[in-house]
Write a protein that binds this ligand. Structure first.
Ligand code: PGA
Length: 248
C-alpha cells in the first residue's frame, strides 16, 4: 500500500521568522494520520523547521541540491550538506528550475543519483507546457523526462522514488488540470515506470499531482485512483489552507 504524501513547496517565500510562525500555527491544527506530510522550504529555513517539527512526523525537504559532494560551485548546496542536517526529501527538476536555471534531464539524472547515494528521497518533477499539450506532445514529453531523468537509476532505488506530475500551465496559474487529466497522466507515468523497471516498482512509486492544488479541489484530486498525493505551492504557505489539503 502506498502511503499518501502531501508535500508543500514553499518556493522562495518566507523568512526564518515567518517559517517559525507557520510551524507553531500548523502544529496546533495538525494531527498525525496515515498521510505523510512534508514541507520543502528554502535552505535558510530548513534547520529552524527541523527543530520546530522535531516532535512530529512532518518531514522536511529542500527544493534543490547540487550533484557534487563539494567543490567550486559558488552558491550551491550539496546533498551531503542537506543530509547532515536531517533533510528527508529534495525536490528535483521542478519546472521553475528547468525553465529559469536550465536544468536539463541530464542534470536531473545526476542529482537523482546523488540523492539516492546519500539517502535523500527525491521528489522528481515532470510535466509539459501548454504548447506541448496543445500539439498532443504531453505524454511524449513526460516520457522523455522520465527516461532521461531515471537513466541508470536502479530498481531498488526507483522503489523509493516520488514523482510529481506538474503540468507547467497549471502551476501558480489557478488553472488546475482536470482530475481526469491529472489521473490519466499519473497512470501513464506508472505505466512508464513499469516499462522501465517492473510492476512491483510501479506499484511502490508514489505519484503526486501538483499545479494549483487548493483546499477546494484537493478532495477531488486525491480521490483519483492513480494519484497518491499532492505537491502544493501557494496553498502550502498558509497553515489554515495547507491543513485542509492534508485533511482532504
Ligand atoms: P502551485 O505550485 O500549487 O502554486 O500551483 C505547485 C508547484 O509548483 O509545486
Amino acid at each position: 500500500m502506498r502511503k499518501p504524501l502531501i508535500a508543500g513547496n514553499w518556493k522562495m517565500f518566507k523568512t526564518t521568522a515567518e517559517a517559525k510562525v507557520f510551524a507553531e500555527s500548523f502544529k496546533n491544527i495538525y494531527e498525525s494520520s496515515d498521510i505523510q506530510v512534508a514541507i520543502c522550504a528554502p535552505f535558510t529555513q530548513l534547520e529552524a523547521l527541523k527543530d520546530s517539527f522535531k516532535d512530529t512526523d512532518v518531514k522536511i525537504g529542500a527544493q534543490n541540491m547540487h550533484f557534487a559532494d563539494e567543490g567550486a560551485f559558488t552558491g550551491e548546496i550539496s546533498a551531503v550538506m542537506l543530509k547532515e542536517i536531517g533533510i528527508y526529501y529534495c525536490i528535483i527538476g521542478h519546472s521553475e528550475r528547468r525553465q529559469y536555471f536550465v536544468e536539463t534531464d541530464g542534470i536531473v539524472n545526476k542529482k537523482l543519483h546523488k540523492a539516492f547515494a546519500v539517502g535523500i528521497t527525491p521528489i522528481m518533477c515532470v510535466g509539459e507546457t501548454l504548447e506541448q499539450r496543445d500539439v498532443d506532445k504531453a505524454f511524449e514529453v513526460v516520457k522523455t523526462q522520465l527516461m532521461g531523468g531515471l537513466k541508470d537509476i536502479t530498481t531498488t532505488q526507483a522503489e523509493s522514488l516520488v514523482i510529481a506530475y506538474e503540468p507547467v500551465w497549471a502551476i501558480g496559474t489557478g488553472r488546475t488540470a482536470s482530475p481526469e487529466q491529472a489521473n490519466q497522466m499519473c497512470g501513464f507515468i506508472r505505466d512508464v515506470i513499469e516499462e522501465l523497471y517492473n510492476d512491483d516498482v510501479a506499484d511502490k512509486v508514489i505519484i503526486l499531482y501538483g499545479g494549483s492544488v487548493k483546499p477546494e479541489n484537493a478532495t477531488e484530486i486525491m480521490n483519483m485512483e492513480e494519484i497518491d498525493g499532492a505537491l502544493v505551492g501557494g496553498a502550502s504557505l498558509v497553515p489554515e489552507d495547507f491543513i485542509q489539503i492534508v485533511n482532504f
